[in-house]
Write a protein that binds this ligand. Sequence first.
Ligand code: SAM
Length: 241
Amino acid sequence: MSDAKIRLYVEHPLGPGQSVVLSREQAHYLFGVMRLSVGAQVLLFDGENGEWLAEVAEAGKRGGVLTCSAQTRPVQMPPDLWLLFAPIKKARTDFIVEKATEMGARRIVPVQTAFTNAGRVQQARLQAHAVEAAEQCGGTYVPEVADMLRLDRVLADLGDRQIMFCDEALADESNGGTLPELPGPWAILIGPEGGFSDAERARLRAMDTAHPVQLGPRILRADTAAVAALTLWQQRLGDWT
Ligand code: SAM
């Protein structure tokens, strides 16, 4: 066992003896902020080849090189679960991406719905949040954060992927929908602050693959709803057992 604490995601295939050239930002973090020097150990993961123990071979202000020694963990893929959500305010959108990564979503897709307020998202910034979340939670996989896509286009491209349609209209009903235990790929769909339009609800309710689900009798904020839905899904169908 190593006592290396720092975990870093690198966009470079890892393997025995593999050298990894650090970006300027990574070198600044390791050598400027964390004060590591040659010989120090860190843990690396690349999203495909698991987690590796690596040693600092070269350390500079603007760069550095790490060398992999041994694999410490194989890659652990999350279930084939996508989170589709209508972006809200910046900090709350960041929160959703961070929590979805920690909780085990494989892909995160911001969707433009009829009542979505955000006109665009900063995809690169959201992707960086997913990387940070994977680094801190011990994950060996980083979900892709897509650019914002229109809900109707996303729905048309989902194929036979099942949809956990979190429908706030069910909050008033004493017998809200439950999540069927169907195997295979899934997506969770969370609407915006303004909820789903009648047309979106009608379209979703007409889809065999969409399963309307209630998240309790109260209306949750979208960020709370995302965490609640991920919890429900992971508990029922995912890798939490
Ligand atoms: N403005 C809407 C209203 O008052 O009915 C509420 C929208 S809610 C803030 C944002 C999203 O969270 C909803 O579109 C839905 O996907 C999800 N959500 C919140 N509470 C829910 C509940 N009790 N059941 C199912 N989904 C819920």
